[in-house]
Design a protein around this ligand. Structure first.
Ligand code: PEP
Ligand code: MG
Length: 570
């Protein structure tokens, strides 16, 4: 079975269309100096033509994509219009007597190489953009036909080494059922576009183009991240049914997007989304997120070669605050370490990274990084309703120290007369057994809790969350975890405060009624789960959910818990 990186969910099947990317071969031949002007003229004509084409693509993509996607092409146009880039190419033609084609290829490749030295996904994606621009310029110069994806007029699954953003924008999605590529990542523009068009896509498969030929029958299972090549009739039949069910469910759930999560007996639950960037926030709103329950800011630190400045962070958090229009955005301070390494920070090699230098342990050891982040969050808090969340707390002492740093940051801003929300709410993640056990003392220090079941499960059950060998033991639906969750929720309620959950468990439909009955106030999840969870909450009563939770909490085995949950009928 082949899999890759799930870029956009859904199920698609049909004949494969393998997009052969022909390479343009350019020979290095010296030109006669009298032809220099001619070459420069050709170069600028091809540039004008390319800009015109891109403006057209931009116009059509504005109709089908959101502004963010259409902006990609403004970026392409800007690069083409860059005088410096053209100057470099012209210099090569003039001083080395090279053809315009060779000069474009040479300078573009040089730029790509420079970018690729920076080993991060963001920059790798930018290299794809530059290649896309270079190829367009070259094709126009050499009068080569550009592969026109608009002309595909039969239902196919597109298989390609890579799809450039401009290719993706031209795809006629009436015919293209989905696509699979060798390269690419979740944050590549092509993946972002696929998600916004809701076209199933798997990227980063490594070598799919060597395994599939045009005409093969493909099933793209973008739910379980699996690709089937020429499967038997039985599998095709199963997937036809699955696709129907998936689309039916998706359609039926759409009406819940705009509805609040209120039980029949009027208990209101806050439904929030977990996000890692601004695009996620835009997407979360589309799925009906009422707020952002977890903004994983470490991704701002990961896609680069140096620490993000206060200014950069401020702009990012300010955008988040503005997009959410005064609805809460919980910003978690960076949770680096564990499985999230940052090459430029030169981490010491650790025997047990998950039990090591991670999250606030780094923030407290490197206070300049923490203060920079706090200043950025506080400044952005002036533009909306931001909250601060600290990960990996194990003790009251840590909270004291962190609050002290917040005071320092507030004082700095006060001195500089920079506005910020003076009453910004402070919360902590409950994701270690220690914090769950002493929740009654910790809540006195903060405004809210957010339970991180991903780590709480790993640390309580002593099961590495990434280890396949013991994955059967990794189960938040265990009596010990449920008791800890209940303890945390009770502790917050006794102090008149609230508890949310941002671990994956919050989006698990099997757990919804149980968590509701346990008194959880906010559920924060991957945005695509929101409609379903809203539906479950709206079709039950809090009273029934409480009864179920009471019974579940009396069970001593996982098996009994599951039996009870499975037998519960709405
Ligand atoms: C968690 O541990 O449940 C959590 C939400 O944090 P992360 O998955 O980012 O560690
Ligand atoms: Mg965690």
């Amino acid at each position: 079975m082949i899999s890759g990186i799930l870029a956009s969910p859904g199920i698609a099947f049909g004949k494969a269309l393998l997009l052969e990317t022909e390479t343009i071969l350019i020979k290095k031949t010296n030109i006669d100096p009298i032809n220099i002007e001619y070459e420069i003229n050709q170069l600028s004509q091809a540039k004008v033509k390319s800009i015109k084409q891109l403006k057209n693509i931009q116009k059509t993509s504005k109709k089908i994509f959101s502004k963010t996607e259409a902006d990609i092409f403004s970026g392409h146009i800007m690069i083409l219009e860059d005088i410096e880039l053209e100057k470099e190419i012209i210099t090569l033609i003039k001083t080395q007597y090279q053809t315009a084609a060779f000069a474009i290829e040479y300078i573009i490749s040089k730029q790509i190489k420079k970018i690729q030295q920076i080993k991060n996904t963001y920059m790798q994606n930018r290299a794809v953009d530059i290649r896309d621009i270079g190829n367009r310029w070259l094709r126009n110069l050499l009068n080569l036909k550009t592969i026109d994806l608009k002309n595909i007029k039969e239902k196919v699954i597109l298989i390609a080494h890579d799809l450039t953003p401009s290719q993706t924008a031209q795809i006629n999605f009436q015919y293209i059922q989905g696509f699979i590529t060798n390269v690419g990542g979740e944050t590549a523009h092509t993946s972002i576009m696929a998600r916004s068009l809701e076209i199933p896509a798997i990227v980063g498969t490594g070598n799919i183009t060597t395994k599939i030929t045009s005409g093969d029958f493909i099933i793209l299972d973008g739910i379980n991240n699996k690709i089937f090549i020429n499967p038997d009739e039985h599998i095709i039949h199963t997937f036809k049914i699955r696709k129907k069910t998936y689309l039916n469910q998706k359609n039926k759930l759409k009406k819940f997007i705009s509805l609040p999560a209120i039980t029949i007996d009027n208990r209101k639950i806050e439904i929030s989304a977990n996000v890692s960037n601004i695009q996620d926030i835009i997407n979360a709103k589309k799925y009906g997120a009422e707020s952002i329950g977890l903004y994983r800011t470490e991704f701002l630190f990961m896609e680069r070669t140096n620490l993000p400045s206060e200014e950069e962070q401020f702009h990012e958090y300010k955008k988040a605050a503005i997009i959410m229009q005064h609805k809460p955005v919980i910003i978690r301070t960076m949770d680096i370490g564990g499985d999230k390494e940052i090459p430029y920070m030169n981490f010491p090699k650790e025997e047990n990274p998950f039990l090591g230098w991670r999250a606030i342990r780094i923030s407290l050891a490197k206070k300049d990084i923490l203060i920079t982040q706090l200043l950025a969050i506080l400044r952005a808090s002036h533009f909306g309703k931001l909250r601060i969340l600290f990960p990996m707390i194990i003790s009251i002492e840590e909270i004291h120290e962190l609050k002290h740093e917040i005071q320092k940051a507030k004082y700095i801003l006060h001195q500089k007369k920079i506005p910020f929300d003076k009453d910004i709410k402070i919360g902590i993640m409950i994701e270690t057994p220690s914090s769950a056990i002493i929740a009654h003392s910790l809540i006195k220090e903060v405004d809210f809790f957010s339970i991180g079941t991903n780590d709480l499960t790993q640390y309580t059950l002593a099961v590495d969350r990434r280890n396949d060998l013991i994955s059967h033991l990794y189960n938040p639906m265990s009596p010990s975890i449920l008791k800890l969750i209940k303890n945390v929720i009770n502790a917050s309620h006794e102090e008149g405060k609230w508890t949310g959950m941002c671990g994956e468990f919050a989006g698990n439909e099997k757990a919804t009624i149980l968590l509701l009955g346990m008194g959880l106030n906010e559920f924060s999840m991957n945005a695509s789960f929101i409609p379903k969870i809203k539906k479950i909450i709206r079709t039950t009563t809090f009273k029934k959910a409480q009864e179920l939770a009471n019974m579940v909490l009396k069970q001593n085995t996982h098996k009994n818990i599951m039996q009870l949950l499975n037998s519960y009928i709405l």
